[in-house]
Design a protein around this ligand. Structure first.
Ligand SMILES: *Cc1c(COP(=O)(O)O)cnc(C)c1O
Length: 435
């Protein structure tokens, strides 16, 4: 690279200098050095052919890399709804729907009349049809937003009566009491951590009460000397009852008898139910509000509702999920252990042919932070030496398992069957070393 060197092909920046560029170095840390180096070499080739100038090599290499976005991973952790992995995987129908909605859509327009229409009315109609016990429905960005909207519209400057046993942390340091207090509502805590009675609620309810809040303990369990008050009894207090069921089950699931569902909770007398869209419902991140028509209408018309409005992509994916509820979440929850075992055995046998020693071991899968904390799902896993964990996690298609007593377990319950070949290829891509 001498000054005065006029042949641009001789001024192509060196590979090591390009790899030291901050953007390319950062990409190498997540995508692997080999992939980034391949992009660099390809860009240098283009410059040598004279297609681009030497000064454009760095930008061409950056542009050839995948965009900085969350990467698709295979969830072999055995945790069906893993918050760190984006909770529910969308169904094919939901993915198709959001692709179709990505351009211009009739999200707020009635094509028949050419006039403005209620935003996402098809999605609202699908939600209302799925839960006939709800007089009104609304959708916001997530479960936390649904609670914030309810607290702001119904209890700002007033009191929310809630059991001390239900003031939970929902994860990453975010706590329900702080969330509710941030709306300007005052929390009126009743009972104790393990026991709260109807009399405790009754003594606290008064003219200042905005609503009584019932929160489902979706990520923990209190056992032993406990008592809690159900929605049916709370509904006798003469004030609105808001039930945060968390998980998003719209109707009972026999597999999860302890998980509350929206229909049953409303029939028990709750005036409003809040839930997440990306937990057991298996849809996109969303907050569902279902309940008495007048209450839901108040929430929908509150100024804050505009700030919590969902995107057209969410509305499309949610409608498709409601229309075709056979989601990956449901498949994972209801997968037959015998079928999982045969998949793992087949994977082990095929890896054996390629000289990789793996074992088939029983595993216990769980629903995850999204609900049903006590439920254990019998499952099966491929067991590999622990040294596979890091290369699989950082490979071309990251495969996430869990390390148990020096072994990496890949539980296939949440891996779609058509991805078994990808798991096999990922294992084979890890360099051999006397297993
Ligand atoms: C998950 C959960 C929330 C928070 O919902 P997000 O959709 O994560 O915002 C609130 N309450 C309960 C009971 C939950 O389980």
């Amino acid at each position: 690279m001498r000054d005065g060197d006029t042949d641009p092909r001789r001024r192509v920046p060196r590979t090591d200098l390009l790899l030291a560029d901050p953007a390319l170095a950062a990409a190498a840390a997540t995508l692997g050095r080999d992939r980034v180096k391949a992009a660099v070499v390809a860009a240098q080739e283009r410059a040598r052919r004279g297609e681009i100038g030497p000064e454009a090599v760095r930008d061409a290499a950056v542009a050839a890399l995948p965009p900085p976005a969350p990467r698709a991973v295979l969830n072999a952790t055995g945790v069906v709804l893993h918050t760190n992995l984006g909770r529910a995987a969308l169904s094919r129908a939901a993915v198709d729907a959001l692709l179709a909605a990505a351009g211009h859509t009739d999200v707020e327009l009635d094509l028949a009349t050419g006039r403005r229409a209620r935003r996402g009315r098809d999605t609202m109609a699908a939600l209302a049809a799925a839960v006939p016990a709800a007089g009104g429905v609304h959708v916001v960005n997530n479960g936390a937003a649904a609670l914030v909207l309810a607290a702001t519209a119904l209890a700002a400057g007033r009191e929310i009566v809630v059991s001390r046993g239900e003031l939970v942390e929902i994860g990453d340091g975010f706590r329900l009491p702080d969330l509710l207090a941030s709306t300007g509502a005052r929390l009126r805590e009743v009972g104790t951590t393990n026991r709260t009675t109807l009399a405790d609620y009754a003594a606290a309810v008064g003219p200042d009460t905005g609503f009584v809040l019932k929160v489902h303990p979706s990520n923990f369990r209190v056992t032993g000397f406990t008592s809690a008050v159900g929605v049916r009894e709370l509904a006798t207090l003469g004030v609105p009852v808001v039930a945060d069921i968390g998980s998003g089950l719209l109707a009972p699931d026999p597999l999860l008898p302890d998980e509350p569902d929206a229909a049953t909770t409303l029939r028990a007398g709750a005036h409003l139910v809040t839930a997440s869209g990306d937990k057991l419902l298996g849809g996109p991140q969303a907050g569902l509000l279902l309940g008495a028509a007048d209450l839901v209408e108040r929430l929908r018309r509150h100024p804050l509702a505009r700030a919590l409005r969902v995107d057209k992509l969410t509305l499309a994916a949610l409608a498709a999920t409601l229309h075709r509820p056979d989601t990956p979440t449901r498949s994972a929850l209801h997968a037959d252990p015998g079928v999982l075992r045969r998949r793992v055995e087949r994977l082990r046998d095929r890896l054996g042919v390629d000289g990789r020693k793996a074992e088939v071991v029983p595993s216990v899968a769980v629903v995850g932070g999204g609900g049903a904390p006590g439920v254990e799902l019998d499952s099966w896993a491929l067991s590999l030496p622990e040294r596979y964990a890091t290369p699989l996690r950082t490979g071309e298609t990251p495969v996430l398992g869990r390390v148990v007593r020096g072994r990496l377990l890949l539980d296939l319950r949440c891996v779609p069957p058509e991805a078994d070949d990808t798991v096999r290829a990922a294992v084979l891509a890890v360099p051999v070393e006397g297993d």
